[in-house]
Write a protein that binds this ligand. Structure first.
Ligand code: GRF
Length: 208
C-alpha cells in the first residue's frame, strides 16, 4: 500500500509511521510527504529517510480548489493509495475529499465527538480538556469526510488526565498514544480489515 502523508509541523506522527513502515509492521510504504508549510521539521524527517517531499503553500493559489488540485496531482503522480493527515492543519474541501473518497485518514488528539471541530487543534484541544475537568481524554483515528473531525471513526483509545497535568504534560501523553494508534489503523487498512457501513467502521478480525 502506497502512503501519501500531509503534514504542517513537527511530524512526530510521520516519524512513527516511517519507523513502522521500515520495520515491516504493515504492508505499506511512505512514498511522498507534502507539507503546507516551509521549513517544518516533518520535511527533515522525510529527507533523512530518502522520502520524496513537496511543499505546497495555500497562499500561492487563488482558490482552495486550485491548491487542492496541486495536492491531488502530486499524490496521483506517486500512485498514492491512502492519504494520511499527520499534524496537517488545514480543513480539506469536498473537492479533495471526493478525489480520495474513503482513502483519507486523520488523527485527532481527543475522543471525538468531544473537543473537536473548527478551532480545536493542537494545544487548544488539551487546554479545553483541562478547563472542562474531564478525567479521560484520548485519541481518535477516523476517515476524513467533508466536515472537520466528523468522519467515520476507525480506532479510539482513552488517555487519563492527571490532577497535576499541564497542557504540555497532557499533550505529551496523548502524543505518545497517537504514535501507537495511527500505525495500528494503517495496518488494519493495509490488511483490508476495515469495513465501513455508513458511519460504522467494522474491524474484520484475522480469524474471520
Ligand atoms: C499534535 O497536536 C497532534 O496531536 C496532532 O497534530 C499535532 C502535531 O502532530 N495530530 P505531529 O507531531 O506534527 O505529527
Amino acid at each position: 500500500l502506497r502512503l501519501g502523508i500531509l503534514v504542517s509541523g513537527g511530524g512526530s506522527n510521520l516519524q512513527s509511521i516511517i519507523d513502522k513502515a521500515e520495520a515491516g509492521y504493515f504492508p505499506a510504504e511512505v512514498v511522498v510527504v507534502i507539507s503546507s508549510k516551509q521549513d517544518v521539521y516533518a520535511l527533515e524527517r522525510a529527507k533523512k529517510h530518502n522520502i520524496p517531499t513537496a511543499v505546497v503553500l495555500p497562499k500561492n493559489y487563488k482558490t482552495r480548489e486550485e491548491y487542492e488540485d496541486e495536492l491531488i496531482k502530486i499524490l496521483n503522480s506517486y500512485n498514492v493509495d491512502l492519504v494520511i493527515l499527520a499534524g496537517y492543519i488545514r480543513v480539506l474541501s469536498p473537492h479533495f475529499v471526493r478525489a480520495f473518497q474513503g482513502k483519507i485518514m486523520n488523527i485527532h488528539p481527543s475522543l471525538i465527538p468531544a473537543f473537536c471541530g473548527e478551532g480545536f487543534y493542537g494545544e487548544k484541544v488539551h487546554k479545553a480538556v483541562l478547563d472542562y475537568g474531564v478525567k479521560l481524554t484520548g485519541v481518535t483515528v477516523h476517515f476524513v469526510d467533508e466536515g472537520a473531525d466528523t468522519g467515520p471513526i476507525i480506532l479510539q483509545r482513552a488517555v487519563p488526565v492527571k490532577d497535576d497535568d499541564t497542557v504540555e504534560t497532557l499533550a505529551a501523553r496523548v502524543l505518545e498514544e497517537e504514535h501507537r494508534i495511527y500505525p495500528e489503523a494503517i495496518k488494519l487498512f493495509a490488511e483490508g480489515r476495515l469495513e465501513t457501513n455508513g458511519r460504522r467502521v467494522k474491524i474484520i478480525s484475522k480469524e474471520d
